[in-house]
Write a protein that binds this ligand. Sequence first.
Ligand code: HEM
Length: 306
Amino acid sequence: MAGDTYALVLLSAAKWLTDLGIVWLVGVCAFRVVADRVGASDVGPGELERRLTRHAGLALALLFVAVAARLYAQTYSSFGLEEPVTGDLLRLVAEQTRWGGRWIWQSAAVVVGAPAVAMVAARMRWGWQLLGAAAVAIVGTAPMTGHALAYSGGALIPMALQIGHLLAAGVWLGTLFVMLSAGLRSLRHGAGDGAAAVSRLVDRFSPVALTAAATLAGTGVWTAYLYVDEIPQLWETVYGRVLLLKTGLFGVTAGLGAYNWKRVRPLLGAAGGADQLRRSGTAELLVALTLLAVTAWLVHLPMPGE
Ligand code: HEM
């Protein structure tokens, strides 16, 4: 593989891990809010809480790995084509480049998450609130190293759009992931009527997911409108073609979400309904994983309008 292709793969892989971590962490916090009333009466209070704490810890651990991977990838793409990546070069990129100055803010936001997870694990007051604030800080600093700050028309609007875009992605897909992997299991093994509790949980999640998906589409299309000057750039540039691919994947994800909402949700009170939800929800998440990989590639391509 040519050096610059390898650099693009490294940068995109590191960004993919970052976005996965962000979507996951936002999802844990959002799920806790969604499940608040539904969960408390049906699950031993410790059970769901324990699972959510584990998810929060794992999401944050992934973000630590991703932050380090991004520094390595950035250093490789700046110097690694000619010389090996050493500790000195990593320090140089982190401390003395504009990218590094922004990366440090992103890393600081991830570091703030660590005491928050510790407080959540120790069941301390304000632990979840602090973790929520850390998640917002992680989302708020994420677009600093992307196209938003480089946009020649001013950074404010693209920054705000990308923050809303990322939060919406977490609230929809992160919450879905946490609901399928932690929420359903806790409710089904809880003391009360498991099937009814699952049904109530999904009823509560559906309008949240719908709003988040609409926000995701709105902020995404608006960002694309800023970055793409003329319609033909959508098929004449690599950026445009990757953006079209991403839009197609969004269509598939949203279609599967609509299927879950319209077809699977009404079956939830009956036997086997939760299993069906887990299968079709997993399909929705797998397409979203691919979409995030495509996005990680997209953000490293030159914007056609610039
Ligand atoms: C499931 C749906 C979607 C997910 C999970 C998603 C996720 C993301 C993520 C994680 C970013 C990177 C944010 C950052 O770090 O700065 C991003 C950027 C972006 N998204 Fe989406 N997105 C989705 C749908 C859409 C749609 C429907 C569009 C519109 C066609 C869109 C257009 C964009 C654009 C233009 C960017 C900026 C890319 C750049 O920096 O050059 N997205 N998206």
